[in-house]
Structure formats: C-alpha cells, structure tokens
Design a protein around this ligand. Sequence first.
Ligand SMILES: Cc1cc2nc3c(=O)[nH]c(=O)nc-3n(C[C@H](O)[C@H](O)[C@H](O)COP(=O)(O)OP(=O)(O)OC[C@H]3O[C@@H](n4cnc5c(N)ncnc54)[C@H](O)[C@@H]3O)c2cc1C
Length: 187
Amino acid sequence: MYDVVVIGAGPAGASAALFTAKAGKKTLVVDNDKSVTKRAWLLNHYGVKDITGPDLVAIGKEQARSFGAEFVAATVTNISKTDNGVKVETDGEQYEAKHVIVATGMMADLAEKAGLNTKPGTEPRVKTILDVDTAGKTNVEGVWGAGTIAGVSMHTIITAGDGAKVAINVISEINGERYVDHDILKS
Ligand SMILES: Cc1cc2nc3c(=O)[nH]c(=O)nc-3n(C[C@H](O)[C@H](O)[C@H](O)COP(=O)(O)OP(=O)(O)OC[C@H]3O[C@@H](n4cnc5c(N)ncnc54)[C@H](O)[C@@H]3O)c2cc1C
C-alpha cells in the first residue's frame, strides 16, 4: 500500500511526487512518457534562465527519485475506490494507495473512464479538465487533480506549482495538520 500514487510525471506530477517523497510518504509515479512539455523551450520558468522541456522533465523526475519516489513506465487504465483506499490499474499491474494525484496533462480519457467529474477546459487548446475544488479534490474521496488536467494555466511554473500545492494538501491531510517543507541555508 502506497501513501500516494501520482499519475503523470510532467511538471505537475513530478513536482507533487518530489514533495510527497521528501515528506517521507511512500510514493509511486506511473507515467507513459507523452508529456507535451518535452516539446517546450522554456525562457519563462522563474529561477531558471533557460532550459529545454526534456531537461526540465528529466531533472524533475530525478529530484523526486532522489527522495525515494518510485517510477513505473506504464499507462494507467483505471482508478477505483477500495475499502482501504484507491486502486490504480495499468496494463498488467495494479497498485493501491491512500491517495492518488491525477496529473495527466491534456489527457482526460482516464479521468472520464474512472468516473471522475470533468468539465470543459477554459485554457487554450485544453478540451476537458477535472472538476476539482480549490484544494485539488475530485468527486472521489482520496483522488486529487493537479496541473493542466486540473484547469490551471498551461505553464510549467504554474503546473509545477499546482502539483506542489496539491501535494502539500495531501501530506497535511495524512498528517492531520498543515505541512511546511523548508530547508535552511547552512551558515
Ligand atoms: C510546444 C509547446 C511549447 C511550450 N512552451 C512553454 C513555455 O515556453 N513556457 C511554459 O511555461 N510552458 C510551455 N508549454 C506548456 C508546458 O509545457 C506544459 O503545458 C505544462 O507544464 C504541462 O504540465 P503537466 O504536468 O500538467 O502535463 P504534461 O507535462 O503533459 O504531463 C502529463 C504526463 O501524464 C502522462 N499521462 C497521461 N495520461 C496517462 C495515463 N493514463 N497513464 C500514465 N501516464 C499518463 C503523460 O505521459 C505525461 O508525461 C509548452 C507546451 C507545448 C506543447
């Protein structure tokens, strides 16, 4: 049983996994390597002068992995509630978690298949998004949405930020108090 399974390893998903793994939560990321970010050349990602999309995605995964997040290259085919949590199925495997963060970018097929409430997108070129509340919660308990699929503006600094926001809400729910992740510069 994982504490958190993240579906999608683009800026939103990997940023979420970085926070949950760094908070000591048993974290699995399942991704089928179709991130649109890999076509980007980023000049507007705050704090990084310029970086290619492929490099940003690769560094993000490495950051999460460095804190213990596990990665599986697969396509998630369904998500369903269980007595103890949420089941995530891929073509051949199944995993169970207390919480699942859906960060599938522009792809809403899984959300629709899993019976998650969706609505028309409001950002350019984004057809369908998850209907989430301000914390990132979907209509299914234990299932959250982050990034482009959750309707935020389709920019890496914003989708990565939304992944972090939702991760902190998930960690805070698990811990039963608000969570803060601050490291201090060694003097
Ligand atoms: C050509 C182009 C140029 C861009 N330029 C910029 C720019 O200059 N500046 C900027 O800020 N942003 C830019 N963007 C936008 C930015 O790259 C992304 O839109 C944004 O960061 C998306 O992040 P995300 O994590 O929500 O989605 P994505 O990065 O798309 O990640 C979603 C991940 O989910 C995975 N996934 C989906 N469904 C499943 C499933 N069922 N099972 C397993 N895995 C699944 C996909 O494989 C993918 O890896 C650009 C986008 C494009 C296309």
